[in-house]
Design a protein around this ligand. Structure first.
Ligand code: NDP
Length: 241
C-alpha cells in the first residue's frame, strides 16, 4: 500500500464513527467529514484525536474545498468511505420534490462528488480503495422510502460500474448494504415499528456499528486483492433477494 490515509464521510456519528475508529485502530490516518452537528463532531474528535471537517457532501464545490483541506493536512487519500446519508421517510403519494432531492443528493450524488474528486488520483497512483454504504432497503424496498431505496440502489450500480473502470488500475470499489444498525438513524423509528423490524431480522437483534466497520476494514485492507464491484450484506440474515 502506498499510503494509509482514509477519509470517511459522515464519520463523526453512528456507523461512520465506528468505521473511523476501526480504521484508526488498524493504523490508518483518518479524517472524518460531517455536516452541521458541530457539537457531536467536536466530542468525537476529542475522544479519538481524529480531525473533523464540516462540508455538505451533496454540494460539489463544498466537497472540492473539503477534499483539498484534507489532502493539505494529511496527504494523498488512499481509502474513501462514502458513508454520509440521511432519510426523509414518507409515503410516496405525499413525497414533495424536496424530500426526493435531499435524499438523492446526500446519499447518491455525494458518491459521485467524492469519487470524482478522489478516484482520478487513485487511478494515476495505481492504488485505491473505495467503499460505498448502501442499505438492505436498496434490495428489499421499504414503505415510505422510495427516495432512500432509489438512492441506495443507485449506489450499487455506481459501485459496479466504477469497479469495472478501476479494476485494471488498482482501484477496488465495493459497497456494503447494512441491515438495521443501532444508530441515531434507527433511534428515531417509533418503538412499535422497531419491534416489528427486529422480528424480521433472523438473528433477532439490531446490528452494531462494529459489524459494518469490520467489513469495511477487510475491503480496504491489503487482504482484499480480488473483491471489487460487489456488495456485502451485513444484515443479520435479511437476505430475501
Ligand atoms: P447517522 O444519522 O447516525 O449519522 C450520519 C452521519 O452523516 C453524521 O456524521 C452526519 O453529520 C453525516 N451527514 C449527514 N448529511 C450529511 C451531509 N449532507 N454532508 C456531510 N455529512 C452528512 O447515520 P448512520 O450511522 O445510521 O448511517 C450511516 C450510513 O449508513 C448512511 O448512509 C445510512 O443511510 C446507512 N445505513 C444505515 C443503517 C442503519 O440502520 N443505521 C442501515 C443501512 C444503511 P452531522 O452529525 O453533522 O449530522
Amino acid at each position: 500500500m502506498t499510503s494509509k490515509i482514509a477519509l470517511v464521510t459522515g464519520g463523526t456519528r453512528g456507523i461512520g464513527a465506528g468505521i473511523c475508529a476501526a480504521l484508526q485502530a488498524a493504523g490508518y490516518t483518518v479524517a472524518a467529514n460531517y455536516a452541521t452537528n458541530h457539537e457531536a463532531a467536536q466530542a468525537f474528535s476529542k475522544d479519538t484525536g481524529i480531525p473533523v471537517y464540516s462540508w455538505d457532501v451533496a454540494d460539489y464545490r463544498s466537497c472540492q474545498e473539503g477534499v483539498e483541506r484534507v489532502i493539505k493536512d494529511l496527504g494523498d487519500i488512499s481509502v474513501l468511505v462514502n458513508n454520509a446519508g440521511i432519510t426523509r421517510d414518507m409515503m410516496f403519494h405525499k413525497m414533495p420534490p424536496e424530500a426526493w432531492s435531499a435524499v438523492i443528493g446526500t446519499n447518491l450524488t455525494s458518491c459521485y462528488n467524492m469519487c470524482s474528486l478522489i478516484y482520478p488520483a487513485m487511478r494515476e497512483r495505481g492504488h485505491g480503495r473505495i467503499v460505498n454504504i448502501s442499505s438492505v432497503n436498496a434490495q428489499l424496498g421499504q414503505l415510505g422510502q422510495v427516495n432512500y431505496s432509489a438512492a441506495k440502489a443507485g449506489i450499487i450500480g455506481l459501485t459496479r460500474a466504477l469497479a469495472f473502470e478501476g479494476a485494471a488500475k488498482g482501484v477496488l470499489v465495493n459497497a456494503i448494504a447494512p441491515g438495521y444498525i443501532n444508530t441515531d438513524m434507527v433511534a428515531v423509528i417509533p418503538d412499535a415499528v422497531k419491534q416489528k423490524i427486529i422480528a424480521q431480522i433472523p438473528v433477532g437483534h439490531l446490528g452494531e456499528v462494529s459489524d459494518v466497520a469490520r467489513a469495511v476494514l477487510f475491503l480496504v485492507s491489503d487482504d482484499n486483492q480480488f473483491l471489487t464491484g460487489t456488495t456485502i450484506n451485513v444484515n443479520g440474515g435479511q437476505n430475501r433477494v
